[in-house]
Design a protein. Structure first.
Length: 272
């Protein structure tokens, strides 16, 4: 038998039904029969112990509908997908479910080649459809956490969504998409550089409040580059898109890409 840990809990792969029954009887003090094992893993429910196509016993940790909005026609033939401690598999008659850990460097993807899918977030040059929706949500005033959850619909935990949203906001292509969306909205409202400069100039020239005159003049100086503070502060962001993040979180996210799974999910495989 083999096992790997997720959050400190062991999840086993048994070499045979007999080994499964013996080990379960040892762990729980009860007699298990092969009726506890679903012979065809495709018929298993979440939590069931099933027989894999390489004749080993493994538990279905997750069974869920396969939702691939950009490629639905190619997934109609799939009943759903299942995840074991070894890997993730599309549920159809052609899929071969194996229990070879070496063939599945990342249990959270269908691919046998991709180790960390999150690296693609940093390497990707073009925005995806979900990233476009995320950018639009941010521009519309939705907070980054809700913007991410609404756009991707694969994460419901707010802490995880906050981390992933922060990583996206550090990607140049996403920032460019957000800025493009802002410019599109501004154009629709008739707001351009001339408008902004004219309004600031009017305030600086005509206001009776000395503070308003001073602040307007400073802003004009920043825009045309005569002010000493000419560094563009993207951390402030459009519509406060970085609000809700601590300075430490912003600092930690620079140059990093969030892993899909916590470190504790990827632990050493042991053999008994």
């Amino acid at each position: 038998m083999e096992y790997k840990k997720i959050r400190g809990n062991r999840h086993y792969v048994y070499d045979s039904k007999e080994e499964f029954m013996q080990h379960m009887a040892h762990l729980e003090g009860t007699r298990y029969t092969d009726k506890k094992i679903v012979d065809n893993w495709r018929d298993g429910a979440e939590g069931d112990w099933v027989l894999s196509d390489d004749d080993r016993v493994v538990q279905l940790l997750k069974v869920a509908a396969l939702n691939h909005p950009n490629d639905r026609k190619n997934y109609k033939w799939a009943k759903n997908y299942v995840r074991t401690i070894v890997g993730t598999f599309v549920n159809n008659e052609k899929t071969f479910m194996d229990t070879d850990f070496d063939q599945h460097p990342n249990r959270y993807t269908f691919s046998k080649k991709i180790k960390y899918t999150s690296k693609r977030v940093k390497k990707r040059k073009k925005v995806t459809n979900n990233e476009k929706i995320f950018a639009t949500n941010v521009v519309s005033g939705m907070g980054p956490v809700k913007a991410y959850i609404d756009a991707f619909q694969t994460v419901t935990d707010e802490n995880k969504a906050r981390k992933k949203a922060l990583v996206l906001l550090k990607q140049e292509r996403v920032m460019q998409e957000i800025e493009k969306s802002v410019l599109d909205v501004a154009k629709e409202l008739g707001v351009d550089h001339r408008y902004i400069l004219n309004r600031l100039k009017t305030l600086a020239d005509d206001s009776e409040d000395d503070n308003i005159i001073l602040q307007s003049t400073k802003e004009l100086g920043k825009i045309i580059g005569t002010s000493t503070n000419t560094v563009k502060q993207r951390d402030v962001g459009v519509f406060g898109m970085f609000q809700g993040f601590s300075p430490e979180q912003l600092s930690d996210a620079k140059g990093e890409v969030l892993p899909d799974a916590p470190k504790e999910l990827v632990l050493n495989s042991s053999k008994e």
